[in-house]
Design a protein around this ligand. Structure first.
Ligand SMILES: NC(=O)c1ccc[n+]([C@@H]2O[C@H](COP(=O)([O-])OP(=O)(O)OC[C@H]3O[C@@H](n4cnc5c(N)ncnc54)[C@H](OP(=O)(O)O)[C@@H]3O)[C@@H](O)[C@H]2O)c1
Length: 328
């Protein structure tokens, strides 16, 4: 086994990038050396990490000449499309957080609790799924294994941190139509039924990502799925109402047992004591919290549940670092 590995962090100054650093500090891998990259804008930024001062450098076409073993990318799709192939050519394995490669057939799309066996099929690039999809498939996978999913209806309540630093600023600054940096309308005191761009069919790209990525990760192209994704004025942690119909009937106590024992899931379901997943409790955690579990009486074999996860941690940084851990 190699003594030490070199890891490049691309987008280290962003919301996801900073969380990569936080999670890497928590894990404190003994055999990794790091280099941090950003755009020209913030090149030279000093970042305290693992007790040392690092300086983030501008990402250029020569950045991967230094023989990196791995790179964590969180700098958007365009940067990934341009620089990930350069990194791969230099024998660096890339874990990318953008949507650039997720649906490419030869790129595994990984949630380590769900499809870790697909990691080994990679040809240099591994894609980290969309944040809202990751937190949905973690509790859905063990239920699919037991009852076989037929149809899913997703309704999401997504935090502004999912739109990066500028999105967070729009909420915290209570931006108005004239001062907005990210959203098309004020997000303060508002809910926007609009995440990512609109497609010709009336759905948003975020909704399509949830549909397509769920099928790819679960390896179930036959599942019928629809989604409505909403941006809400919450700083961090996405909430999702999931309505799921199975081929086979279930017993609610068995469903609770399955979720209680599922890897990466915390069951938080005591409605009579006002206990259910809340962004304020889930913030900073890596597990997906699930509650409000109940039968949908309007349709056979159908379940309703509410799940909340930290979209910057499990929805991005922690999931990517779990993948890295498997590669190491
Ligand atoms: N936020 C989430 O919940 C979430 C979840 C899953 C996936 N993602 C994905 O992760 C990526 C980053 O998201 P974020 O929320 O961290 O965004 P962000 O806060 O806006 O950060 C973007 C990062 O990319 C860097 N960057 C921008 N242009 C660059 C360039 N030309 N060369 C090198 N670096 C460049 C920025 O550097 P500067 O500081 O120099 O601008 C910054 O470090 C996106 O692809 C996003 O879709 C985000």
């Amino acid at each position: 086994m190699k003594k030490s590995y070199k890891l490049a962090i691309v987008g280290a100054t962003g919301l996801v990038g900073r969380t990569f650093l936080k999670v890497l500090e928590e894990k404190n891998f003994p055999n990794l050396e790091y280099k941090l990259f950003c755009s020209k804008r913030s090149s030279g930024t000093k970042i305290k990490f693992l007790g040392k001062e690092y300086i983030a450098e501008e990402l250029t076409e020569n950045s991967f000449d230094e023989n990196f073993d791995f790179a964590l990318f969180s700098a958007g799709g365009e940067i990934a499309k341009k620089f990930a192939p350069i990194a791969v050519k230099k024998n660096c394995t890339v874990i990318d957080n953008s949507s650039a490669f997720r649906m490419e057939p030869n790129v595994p799309l990984i949630v380590p609790e769900v499809n870790p066996e697909c990691i080994k099929t990679h040809k240099g690039i591994i894609a980290n799924p969309n944040c809202s999809t990751i937190q949905a498939v973690v509790p859905l996978k063990p239920l699919d294994d037991k009852y076989k999913i037929k149809r899913i209806v997703y309704s999401t309540y997504q935090a502004v941190s999912g739109a990066g630093k500028k999105g967070l600023d729009d909420l915290l600054n209570k931006s108005n139509e004239k001062t907005l940096k990210k959203f098309p309308h004020p997000i303060y005191n508002n809910c926007l039924p609009h995440i990512d761009v609109f497609m010709d069919d009336g759905y948003t790209k975020e909704e399509h990502k949830m549909i397509d990525e769920t099928r790819k990760i679960l390896g179930r192209q036959d599942i019928n799925i629809t989604a409505t994704t909403i941006r809400v004025p919450v700083e961090n942690c996405h909430g999702e109402s999931i309505n799921v119909e199975f081929e086979n009937d279930f017993n609610l106590n068995d469903v609770r047992d399955i979720l209680q024992n599922a890897e990466g899931v915390v069951l938080c379901d005591e409605p009579k004591n006002n206990i259910y997943p809340l962004a304020s409790n889930v913030n900073g955690h890596d597990e997906v919290y699930v509650g409000r579990i109940r039968r949908d009486f309007s349709n056979p074999n159908t379940l309703n549940m509410w799940c909340v996860a930290d979209n910057i941690r499990k929805g991005a940084a922690s999931n990517a670092i779990q993948i890295l851990e498997k590669l190491l």
